[in-house]
Design a protein around this ligand. Structure first.
Ligand code: GDP
Length: 439
């Protein structure tokens, strides 16, 4: 039997209400602890939580869930108490006094939900993403994972692989020579091909899915004094980068996380592209180039006074993701094809934000209704399955049946890893340790 765990599920500090959760086989012991009459499952009831010495600790809404019909799949009790630090700490202290109870570890409630089959690994990842989500598009994607968008598709693939395997196995069991009928081979080929098509289509979503989860990066590059920090400050609408008239003072990358049209975008300010004797600055330049290489968009800034400046050679190779911008247009009137702005007066700022948002939207694409891969580990597993199906298709008509069956089995195992049915123990520990306590 597992331990009975408890934790605050809501944020720390003073708030109107807090939720304390208890889950496990001995959850019912909390009734006696707080002197509350037993509760009807799934019915909210207001109760006075009273300690054994007769002290009323708080008045709280109590919810009782009988396993397996609960989030964790175990008996679960929730107290919606007042969100005072004093109330919460006293309740936790008393819960901790029951020998069968202990404080939950981060993500332990969700881990139990997974272990008890209340959700699969993709859904648990969706839950982690939902809690971490900052923008509307991230929320939509996380909710889709949480409600089984990808899981359903993956389960269908697994069922189809099992059905294909059954085609061969029935044939192997009944045929004397071990040869498989040509009709069966053709059916297997067409089903494998069809399945591969479905997997490849979902595989194509991983770039968008991972990017949306992790956020898009925009690097501001350009000579010292081009106006990078000022632009970043204006974008973030708060003072986060040092604005200084001395060239080369923005040595470290300073970043702002923005929500552009529902997409998470991190804008990075960088050291100027100036070759300097100063080692720290060179280090800054080196880091800037590394970030520019990994960035989704590189904004190349030059001031209106340096409008004829040539694109620095370091940035030439990334031309596909380059957005040239002329800054400080308040200083002089200018006719140019490139986008112009003044971070000081705000002229051109709306257009700039709009162009960047459009670029991000183009790159990530509109989220459709279908399944989306959001993590590298999902992508790797599906890629492995596609490769095995591919090999099975190649050897189907030439090699022995055992080899084909083996490839189909490998594909099945890879697919099972996506939803966490096999071989994912190490992933589980890593995933759940990132959750908050109480989730
Ligand atoms: P960085 O080195 O590229 O980060 O450039 P800064 O943002 O530090 O700007 C360099 C100088 O140009 C500072 O003195 C800023 O106040 C000034 N500056 C930046 N943006 C503008 C602008 O839009 N208009 C004007 N007139 N000055 C600006």
């Amino acid at each position: 039997m597992s331990d009975t765990i408890f934790a605050v599920a809501t944020g720390r500090g003073k708030s109107g209400l807090s939720v304390i959760r208890v889950s496990g086989p001995y959850a019912h012991l909390a009734f006696a602890l707080f002197n509350i009459r037993s509760l009807k499952p799934r019915r909210a009831a207001l109760r006075r939580l009273t300690s054994t010495d007769g002290q009323v600790i708080d008045e709280a809404l109590c919810l009782w869930f009988l396993g397996p019909d609960s989030f964790t799949g175990e008996d679960t009790l929730e107290f919606h108490c007042h969100g005072a630090v004093s109330v919460v700490s006293r309740l936790l202290e008393l819960l901790g006094s029951i020998p069968e109870f202990r404080l939950a570890r981060p993500g332990e409630f969700s881990r139990r939900a997974l272990d008890n089959g209340r959700m699969d690994l993709v859904q648990a990842e969706g839950l982690a993403d939902l809690i971490d989500s900052e923008t509307e598009q991230q929320r939509q994607q996380a909710i889709r994972q949480l409600t089984g968008g990808l899981s359903r598709e993956v389960d269908q693939w697994r069922a189809e692989l099992i059905a294909i395997l059954a085609l061969f196995e029935a044939e192997l069991d009944f045929s004397d020579e071990g040869d498989v009928d040509a009709g069966i081979l053709n059916e297997a080929a067409s089903r494998l091909l069809n399945l591969k098509g479905q997997m490849v289509r979902v595989l194509a979503t991983c770039d968008r899915g991972e990017r949306l989860r992790e956020g898009f990066t925009v690097v501001l590059a350009g000579a010292p004094n081009a106006g990078k920090s000022t632009l970043l400050n204006a974008l973030a609408q708060r003072d986060i980068a040092i604005v200084s008239p001395l060239p080369g003072t923005t040595r470290d990358i300073v970043e702002a996380r923005l929500d552009l049209g529902g997409y998470p975008v991190t804008v990075l300010d960088t050291a100027g592209l100036r070759i300097s004797a100063d080692e720290i600055e060179q280090e800054g330049v080196r880091r800037m180039l590394a970030r520019a290489e990994a960035a989704d968009i590189v904004v190349w800034l030059r001031t209106v006074e340096e409008i004829e400046a040539e694109l620095p050679k370091e940035l030439r190779e990334i031309s596909g993701r380059l957005l040239p911008v002329i800054t400080q247009i308040d200083k002089r009137l200018v006719e140019a094809d490139d986008l112009g702005l003044s971070a000081l007066t705000g002229d051109g700022m709306d257009e700039f934000v709009q162009v960047v948002t459009e670029l991000v939207r183009d790159r990530i694409g509109q989220s459709g209704e279908g399944a989306v891969l959001t993590r590298a580990r999902q992508r790797e597993a599906v890629t492995e399955a596609v490769e095995s199906v591919d090999r099975a298709l190649t050897i189907l008509h030439s090699a022995g049946t055992e080899l084909v069956v083996e490839e189909v089995r490998i594909a099945m195992r890879a697919i099972a890893r996506v939803t966490g049915h096999v071989g994912v123990e190490d992933i589980l520990d890593r995933l759940f340790s990132q959750f908050c306590i109480g989730k």
